[in-house]
Write a protein that binds this ligand. Structure first.
Ligand code: AP5
Ligand code: MG
Length: 196
């Protein structure tokens, strides 16, 4: 299995690049944000429980997302590998993920961390807010709240994986194709090393 984390702040392009990467590498895309939005759209008890937190741009509790990821992995027993997008977002989530993967005799191969300036992030999300129905893109205050959560709780996830020398920083500004090429280069390098 080849498992990777596409890491980065809100608006850094995780969802955009994930679509392209899963098509090239045949990975199963697991986005906790998408899974949570689907729960909200279906008005499940879980969706109702997290709706207000997400609308305010706050993280939902670790137990909820860890359980969601656990079931999603169990529901895809034949996956060649997983691309985690928007997860893990706290050190506790990272430790839980490492444990789940090791129970399946696998691990995170690489963490690709998209680097984008704060101005660019806010601009991208405000722009998307004009046309999308994502409630957390509508107001600059909510976008800033998401960024604050990221710096406070999520940035530490990169430090966790840096301890194991798994993090590659990639400039996330430029065209979508330029960024995709840089991400693909890192994956190809990693996969070639593995085959040696
Ligand atoms: P989530 O859905 O993960 O959202 P996010 O991290 O806030 O990030 P986005 O999805 O907005 O951005 P992205 O990096 O995917 O970028 P995108 O490709 O869309 O999380 C939402 C909420 O769910 C959280 O706030 C939290 O409440 C909850 N949640 C989710 N996971 C959780 C977890 N693990 N633990 C706890 N809570 C959790 O691109 C953004 C925009 O930029 C798009 O319009 C795109 O077209 C544009 N764009 C992309 N690339 C470029 C480029 N190169 N140049 C110009 N524009 C670009
Ligand atoms: Mg996304």
């Amino acid at each position: 299995m080849f498992n990777l984390i596409l890491f980065g702040p809100p608006g850094s392009g995780k969802g955009t690049q994930s679509e392209k990467l899963i098509a090239r590498y045949g990975l199963k895309h697991l986005s906790t944000g998408d899974l949570l939005r689907s729960e909200i759209a279906r008005e499940t008890p879980l969706g109702l429980a997290v709706k207000n937190l997400m609308a305010r741009g706050e993280l939902v509790p670790d137990e909820i997302v860890i359980e969601m990821i656990n079931s999603a992995m169990d529901n895809n027993p034949r996956a060649n590998g997983f691309l985690f997008d928007g997860f893990p977002r706290t050190t506790a989530q990272a430790e839980a993920l490492d444990k789940l993967l090791s129970q399946k005799d696998t691990e995170i191969a690489i963490v690709l961390a998209l680097q984008v300036s704060e101005n660019e992030l806010v601009n991208r999300l405000l722009k998307r807010g004009q046309t999308s129905d994502r409630i957390d893109d509508q107001k600059e205050d909510t976008i800033r709240a998401r960024l604050t959560e990221y710096y406070k709780k999520t940035a530490a996830v990169a430090e966790h994986y840096a301890k194991f020398d798994k993090v590659k920083n990639i400039k996330g500004e430029g065209t979508i194709d330029e960024i995709f090429d840089k991400l693909s280069d890192e994956i190809d390098k990693k996969q070639n090393v593995k085959q040696d």
